[in-house]
Design a protein around this ligand. Structure first.
Ligand SMILES: Cc1cc2nc3c(=O)[nH]c(=O)nc-3n(C[C@H](O)[C@H](O)[C@H](O)COP(=O)(O)OP(=O)(O)OC[C@H]3O[C@@H](n4cnc5c(N)ncnc54)[C@H](O)[C@@H]3O)c2cc1C
Ligand SMILES: NC(=O)c1ccc[n+]([C@@H]2O[C@H](COP(=O)([O-])OP(=O)(O)OC[C@H]3O[C@@H](n4cnc5c(N)ncnc54)[C@H](OP(=O)(O)O)[C@@H]3O)[C@@H](O)[C@H]2O)c1
Length: 544
């Protein structure tokens, strides 16, 4: 019996991988045997890289010719700018550029790990990036399509996640240690931090962790799965024209809408669904919106209810409608207490997000859940997002400089409590700022007490709307630049918390100016100095 010729070994190892011809041949054979495949033809280079990255973690570096730099890793850059900076890079790097660049952890990864997981196929959900929102999900989808039917990323044909996918992910860790396996905390109380007359609505929130059996460290963030405003769910049901008790997977439509899905930005899939069930001009518009276009200039304002209203009269099947929505994502809040002082009574500092669009007040789902809807005694699904990059120096004698305008003060209240409880000898300097000194001076009495007690060595304040011109924390920093430089020279660690888009960047700019002015350096040297502070773990950021 004649034997058919043995097919050539598959080329699983990229040609540019740093191996000799013999090594490459051996590795190709080894991986083919390992994967029980025989005779498949050469895969596209990027699919090879995906496979390699799953089999050989070290392959995630220079194997695909990438230099490992990430010039797009700046939350202040818009997505098109980030994608431009990543042009010509391997697909997995372009996937990273599509992320929100905040390394906020809300997706359960940092930006790079999320992109690697999507690229390798280990993570199938493309809509986990809260800061990146729809833009990121859409770009990731397009990039994943470029992987086509390649064997590597098995995710290429997997549809966007269904609302239940998030909830049913297999728990690999203890309850409360990850978004995939939340625990339950009990809501205790809310107290408004602004005085009457303030334009802001910021809450000191307390939750009881006693039954949740979870521990945290100062600097960590608290993840919560919020619950939608029932009034919004009812408005969606009315616009959908479906019965509230329509059963979906054994649950009432109303309950699914309140607890399981996001009613924020309308996802592309929803417009796709609309395009299937309507015709003519409306179909064209729905298709355009599903493709990320903006035919009427209103795309950014279309939450789920506004999308239903825009396509008034369409009656999608409630089950298909729910499947087209994104699952509810958790939100993170910096923890504002120290377990050494507060025990299991954990605190947050939450700014209520509320804004009007075309006559309807839109509510930030998590901040208004905590700020107005959740009742005392009600359980809240939660987890701790560890933040080892944002912890206090191990040596309690090291001085710290904390810059936290607005809710950015949250982790610094926790730091101060911790340093007080541990009788840390290091000096503590806090820069706080907000709109008005009369209304928005959070924890004023408490800070005064800590100052009197010598725990808070210095408190520097900046009120942006007290005067005729804006005055920010970085303006105050420049005023006291000489002292800041002296603290730095004595080994102080810097911590920055709060707004990522503007404040964090501007504060970093102020540091560069201070280092240049008081450290006798050129601007380039000062930039390198600050970059080095970051690299050496002395410049910590927790920005959102
Ligand atoms: C590590 C980390 C720590 C954090 N710590 C804190 C903290 O201590 N305190 C705190 O308050 N927040 C904190 N946040 C932010 C927090 O997680 C939420 O993002 C924030 O509360 C808003 O969530 P939400 O669900 O209320 O709003 P969402 O429902 O997510 O709505 C917010 C969205 O609404 C839109 N929007 C908001 N304002 C407007 C406007 N004026 N016009 C048009 N559109 C608008 C934007 O698209 C925005 O993304 C932190 C975030 C991270 C990642
Ligand atoms: N995406 C954004 O553009 C953006 C911006 C700010 C806040 N937020 C979000 O709003 C929520 C809560 O904010 P918050 O209550 O903590 O307060 P905040 O809105 O961040 O404001 C706190 C203080 O910071 C000031 N500020 C504004 N721009 C600044 C800058 N470039 N540098 C330094 N300080 C600056 C504000 O001044 P003025 O308001 O008077 O200018 C205010 O006095 C957070 O969820 C945050 O992510 C988003």
């Amino acid at each position: 019996m004649s034997q058919s010729p043995r097919p050539p070994l598959p080329k699983l190892v990229p040609e540019n991988a740093p191996f000799t011809t013999e090594q490459r041949a051996w590795l190709n054979g080894f991986f083919a045997g390992f994967l029980e495949i025989d005779g498949i033809t050469a895969l596209p280079l990027e699919a090879n890289a995906a496979l390699m990255s799953r089999l050989v973690p070290a392959a995630n570096g220079p194997l695909d010719g990438d230099d490992g730099e990430a010039p797009w890793h700046d939350p202040a850059l818009a997505l098109p700018e980030r994608m431009k900076l990543a042009e010509g890079r391997p697909l997995r790097r372009r996937m990273m550029a599509a992320m929100g660049q905040q390394d906020c952890g809300q997706c359960g990864y940092n930006c790079q790990d999320y992109s690697e997981a999507v690229f390798s196929g280990a993570e199938k959900r493309l809509n986990l990036c809260v800061p990146g929102g729809k833009e990121t999900a859409r770009t990731l989808r397009a990039l994943r399509e470029q992987l086509g039917g390649a064997a590597g990323p098995a995710s290429a044909k997997v549809p966007a996640t269904t609302p239940t996918a998030d909830v049913t992910a297999a728990p690999a860790v203890a309850p409360g240690a990850s978004r995939d396996n939340p625990a339950e905390a009990i809501f205790l109380s809310r107290t408004r931090l602004n005085k009457p007359g303030s334009e802001k609505e910021t809450w000191h929130i307390e939750l009881d962790l006693a039954d949740a059996n979870i521990d945290y460290c100062v600097g960590d963030a608290f993840g919560i799965f919020p619950i939608n405003d029932p009034a919004l769910a009812d408005a969606v049901i009315a616009a959908l024209g479906a019965p509230a008790d329509f059963l979906i997977g054994g649950r009432r439509l109303r309950d699914v809408l309140i607890e399981q899905v996001s009613l924020g930005a309308a996802p592309d899939l929803l417009f796709q669904l609309f395009s299937y069930i309507t015709g003519g001009e409306r179909r064209h518009k729905a298709k355009a919106l599903a493709a990320g276009e903006d035919p009427d200039g209103d795309a950014a304002t279309l939450d789920v209810l506004a999308a239903l209203e825009k396509f008034r009269g369409l009656r999608p099947d409630p089950e298909a409608f729910i499947e087209a929505l994104d699952p509810m994502q958790p939100r993170l809040f910096s923890i504002a207490s120290s377990p050494k002082v507060a025990g299991k009574r954990m605190a947050l500092c939450v700014d209520g997000v509320r804004y009007r669009v075309r006559g309807r007040t839109r509510l930030g789902v998590a901040s208004t859940f905590l700020g107005e809807r959740v009742r005392t005694g009600q359980p809240v699904r939660c987890y701790i997002q560890k933040a080892p990059h944002f912890s206090l120096p191990r040596d309690p004698a090291i001085p710290i400089i904390m810059i936290g305008p607005g809710t950015g003060i949250a982790p610094f209240r926790a730091f101060l409590h911790e340093r007080m409880a541990t009788k840390a000898s290091g000096r503590n300097w806090l820069f706080f700022g907000h709109r008005h000194s009369n209304y928005d001076f959070f924890y004023e009495d408490e800070l005064a007490g800590m100052k009197a007690a010598g725990v808070l060595t210095r408190l520097s304040l900046a009120w942006s709307r007290d005067g005729s011109e804006k005055f920010y924390v970085q303006d105050r920093m420049r005023e006291v630049g000489r002292d800041l430089w002296a603290w730095l020279a004595e080994g102080a660690h810097i911590y920055v918390c709060g707004d990522a888009k503007h404040m964090a960047k501007d504060v970093e700019g102020a540091w560069v100016e201070i280092v240049a002015a008081h450290g006798a350096r050129t601007t380039d040297e000062a930039i390198a100095f600050v970059a080095n502070l970051k690299k050496s773990g002395r410049y910590h950021q927790d920005v959102y």
